[in-house]
Design a protein around this ligand. Structure first.
Ligand SMILES: NC(=O)c1ccc[n+]([C@@H]2O[C@H](COP(=O)([O-])OP(=O)(O)OC[C@H]3O[C@@H](n4cnc5c(N)ncnc54)[C@H](O)[C@@H]3O)[C@@H](O)[C@H]2O)c1
Length: 202
């Protein structure tokens, strides 16, 4: 059985994400410092679930995080590749992460990247009329060189709304995976590398 650690899992996005993961049969460890924003009431309905565990700790506490990743939270198994939320550059990316669904401005993505491949589980945006994130399930190796049929370069404006606003755009699962790899590559051991505020075109 898979185990995911959801950092900030007592907050708005985290508790909804944790609930969704539990419903899909994933064991969940919510790791949260319970700041002013965090509230365990938001997880009351899943607190009794045998696949749910809670750790109150700071993500800056390396030792506590390592213990949680090793599965030392009550009832949790060891966690595989570390997943995290990655905020996109301040210039918003206009995306159609699920083909055929309306495009939306993307703020960041949630998932993991390891030597074995990338996984994007959710994208966060500001789409009017729905709560902060859209669940996606995109897994795979790096797509490599992607060519668009309309000849526009990767991450250049392409979608209608993005073109109008001059934004970068991401259309479909493969481009989302490629975006995840590029963002991940910008992260050094100490966090985002200098110059990581921009996406580079293909
Ligand atoms: N809500 C949205 O629509 C939206 C959209 C785009 C991006 N985001 C980003 O996603 C993230 C989560 O958003 P949210 O709305 O769920 O926020 P939130 O404030 O409801 O929840 C944040 C959670 O993180 C916990 N936390 C804070 N500092 C911590 C620390 N040092 N260690 C462990 N836990 C800590 C808090 O206790 C809280 O439970 C934020 O970074 C936010 O900027 C949110």
């Amino acid at each position: 059985m898979k185990t995911w650690i959801v950092t900030g899992g007592a907050g708005f996005i985290g508790c909804n994400f944790a609930r969704m993961a539990l419903a899909e049969g994933v064991r969940v460890v919510v790791y949260d410092k319970l700041t002013y924003a965090g509230n365990l009431k938001s997880l009351e309905d899943v607190a009794g679930d045998p696949n749910f565990a809670f750790v109150r700790a700071d993500i800056a506490d390396r030792a506590a995080l390592d213990r949680a990743v090793r599965g030392e939270a009550a009832g949790s198994g060891a966690v595989g590749a570390r997943s995290y939320y990655l905020q996109l550059p301040s210039q918003r990316v206009w995306g159609e992460p699920i083909e055929g669904q309306p495009p939306e401005p993307l703020d960041g993505w949630f998932g993991s990247v390891s030597a074995g491949g990338a996984r994007v589980l959710a994208v966060f945006g500001l789409y009017p009329g729905r709560a902060g994130f859209t669940a996606v399930q995109v897994d795979g190796p790096r797509p490599g060189r992607l060519a668009r049929q309309d000849g526009t370069p990767l991450f250049a404006s392409r979608l209608e709304g993005g073109r109008a606003a001059g934004l970068h755009s991401v259309a479909g699962a493969e481009e989302l995976l490629e975006l995840a790899y590029r963002c991940h590559a910008l992260l050094g051991p100490e966090g985002p590398a200098p110059g990581s505020q921009r996406l580079t075109a293909a």
